[in-house]
Design a binder for this molecule. Structure first.
Ligand SMILES: [Zn+2]
Length: 99
């Protein structure tokens, strides 16, 4: 499926006074995404590819952190949410009497 999408003509970015502008049909956009996926999955960065540690998140990311210890796709989207939930769970446990 990825190869078939990549074989189609991709979206072509244009330079404008405001910066880069890309107008594309869905097919052209998919071709561009497929070409990027092929580059990533066949290149040296594939070993840095990780899935987000949030079980409700489906994102993947390239982990360029020191020691590859990054756990989340992003702190704003998932990291802070998981850390806040863990904090609330610890607080609840600590507040429960007779433990
Ligand atoms: Zn995530």
């Amino acid at each position: 499926m990825v190869n078939a999408a990549a074989r189609k003509p991709p979206a072509v970015p244009q330079l404008t006074p405001a910066g880069r502008w890309t107008q594309a049909t869905p097919e052209e956009a998919l071709s561009l995404v497929a070409r990027h996926a092929i580059e990533l999955l066949s290149g040296p960065d594939v070993r840095l590819l990780k899935e987000c540690g949030n079980p409700e998140c489906t994102r993947t990311y390239v982990d360029r952190s020191r020691g590859m210890r990054r756990q989340w796709c992003g702190m704003e989207s998932c990291g802070n949410r998981i850390k806040a939930a863990a904090y609330r769970a610890r607080k609840r446990t600590a507040a429960t009497p007779d433990h």
